[in-house]
Design a protein around this ligand. Structure first.
Ligand SMILES: [Zn+2]
Length: 290
């Protein structure tokens, strides 16, 4: 089954894991824009990776992974809620070579990871420079440098399906008895043998059996992953308010109405003149920066 995430644990060592495979949800997101093939694959890997990381969120809210660069890949954003509702968008310029890696497309760029709790608690942002060529390497480096969490990920995407496997060494590992370092080295070495074709084709249970037949692994029930955009009329209205009355009046003068399409899902929002101007007549609405 595709569009599913499973978590798993090793019984004999403080290492947790996740497996995810996307099909329909991935294709639905790709269908929103005419992405070049290399970006279709990169987005797939980033979607799988973000879902794997978001599945471990300790709060209700979202994880947002953003790559920004002055290179050909200007922006890549993938957002996942703690319930694994995903959305994604990428912006690029020029022709992207089919075999380019992330470092080449996003040269001199940075990777920003944002934890955005829904209950209004403090947002947290970690930023690292782009130093590696694959999506997995960039995010592994990010988790190590801003979360001090040893993480390995193996990702695959072909434009139709995307899949990923995650291993994470839990905090405190390495201080107990036994040989946690040896355990970690052993399971990550085994993880490194996984081939993209296996990731894309096998179910989580099959894959773990094949890889970790020597270990005691507990696989938990699957959780659905889906395409979900959190856009709403209120959010669009707040964005218009931030643009300011002058700018809005200028658009109204030119076009007679305000039309905004959500970049993630292409949903259209329209405000006629009266409704657009009424936004500015209201007392300060909640959620704006005023
Ligand atoms: Zn939307």
């Amino acid at each position: 089954m595709t569009d599913t995430h499973h978590r798993f644990l090793f019984d004999d060592m403080p290492v947790r894991g996740g497996w995810v495979r996307l099909g329909a949800a991935y294709r639905e997101m790709l269908a929103q824009h005419d992405y070049p093939p290399v970006l279709r694959r990169m987005l797939g890997e980033m979607l799988a990776a973000t879902a794997l990381l978001a599945a471990n969120l300790k709060f209700k809210g979202s994880l947002i992974v953003q790559v920004q660069s002055p290179g050909p890949l200007q922006l890549l954003v993938v957002e996942s809620t703690d319930e694994l509702g995903l959305r994604a968008i990428a912006k690029w310029r020029g022709d992207l070579p089919d075999d380019a890696d992330l470092l080449r497309l996003a040269s001199n760029g940075r990777c920003v990871m944002t934890l955005d709790p829904r209950d209004g608690a403090q947002m947290y942002q970690g930023i690292v420079a782009m130093e590696s060529g694959t999506v997995a390497e960039v995010l592994e480096h990010h988790m190590q440098s801003s979360e001090q969490l040893a993480t390995r990920m193996w990702l695959a995407a072909d434009g139709e399906h995307a899949a990923g496997l995650l291993l994470q060494r839990l905090p405190g590992a390495g201080t107990g008895s036994g040989a946690p370092s040896e355990d970690w080295d052993r399971v990550t070495l085994v993880g490194s043998t996984v081939r993209p074709g296996e990731l894309l084709a096998l179910d989580g249970g099959e894959l773990l059996n094949r890889l970790f037949s020597q270990e005691a692994v507990r696989l938990f029930a699957g959780h659905p992953v889906r395409f979900e955009c959190g856009c709403s009329e209120i959010r669009v209205a707040n964005a218009l308010l931030l643009l300011g009355r002058g700018e809005i009046e200028q658009v109204l003068a030119e076009q007679g109405r305000i039309e905004v399409a959500c970049e993630f899902c292409n949903r259209k929002y329209a405000f006629d003149r009266a409704r657009a101007l009424a936004l500015f007549a209201q007392p300060e609405p909640a959620g704006t920066l005023h």
